[in-house]
Write a protein that binds this ligand. Structure first.
Ligand SMILES: Nc1ncnc2c1ncn2[C@@H]1O[C@H](COP(=O)(O)OS(=O)(=O)O)[C@@H](OP(=O)(O)O)[C@H]1O
Ligand SMILES: Nc1ncnc2c1ncn2[C@@H]1O[C@H](COP(=O)(O)OP(=O)(O)O)[C@@H](O)[C@H]1O
Length: 183
């Protein structure tokens, strides 16, 4: 199973992915988190934030995720994944792909600003530190219209959000196992 944990920077993807891995490992369900930020730094320094580079990033992450998923490992991709078409590509190319939209209102993200990116995106044009294509501010984000799961990290705390995701994954695994037994 591949879980696409998508949403704006600071929405809570990394936090929830880590919690899920801890919780599932505790009940001996093998889990791998593919954090886009980490893969970009360690493996894909060639990719920036143009639309083409973002598509290429998600294509690569999907390819890697599928290898883990085929081994029966619950695989979580934590990435902004801003375009509907890139999420659909993964759904079309691989088995058992589930979209989880990690949502949080932009004003809250600007207040959280864990990486200082929102501040940098609002600097005046021409400023040397200005971030010019930050998703949700000056670059598009196509919110999933029909995600398999919707999580709002503003209205629910970390424990509640982790619980929602955990329940969802366990239900999906149960359905998957029943499908395999029926075959
Ligand atoms: N311009 C711009 N837009 C969006 N994000 C930016 C940008 N510059 C740097 N960052 C950092 O890169 C992380 C997002 O990378 P992703 O691979 O998830 O993006 S994408 O799915 O390819 O669109 C993202 O990580 P998260 O904060 O964990 O979402 C940011 O820390
Ligand atoms: N309900 C919640 N779920 C997840 N993170 C939350 C929640 N409420 C507040 N936060 C905080 O928001 C920040 C989210 O950062 P992070 O997980 O790195 O986001 P992302 O990976 O989407 O960029 C963390 O500082 C986290 O403690």
């Amino acid at each position: 199973m591949i879980i696409l944990l998508c949403g704006l920077s600071g929405a809570g993807k990394t936090t929830l992915a880590k919690k899920i891995k801890e919780n599932l490992n505790r009940v001996e369900i093998q889990t791998e988190v593919i954090d886009a930020d980490e893969y970009r730094q360690q493996l894909f320094p060639d990719l920036k934030y143009s639309k083409d580079d973002r598509f290429e990033n998600i294509r690569r992450l999907g390819f890697i995720a599928n290898k883990f998923s085929n081994l029966g490992i619950v695989t979580v991709i934590s990435a902004i994944m801003p375009y509907e078409a890139m999420r659909s590509q993964l759904i079309d190319n691989y088995d058992d792909v589930k979209v989880v939209y990690v949502d949080c209102p932009l004003p809250i993200l600007k207040a959280r600003d864990t990486k200082g990116l929102y501040h940098k995106a609002q600097l005046p044009d021409g400023h040397p530190e200005k971030v010019c294509n930050l998703t949700g501010v000056n670059d598009p984000f196509e919110a999933p219209v029909t995600p398999h799961l919707y999580i709002n990290t503003y209205t629910h705390n970390i424990t509640e959000c982790t619980g929602m995701l955990l329940t969802f994954i366990q239900q999906e695994r149960h359905l998957l196992n029943r499908r395999y037994i029926a075959c």
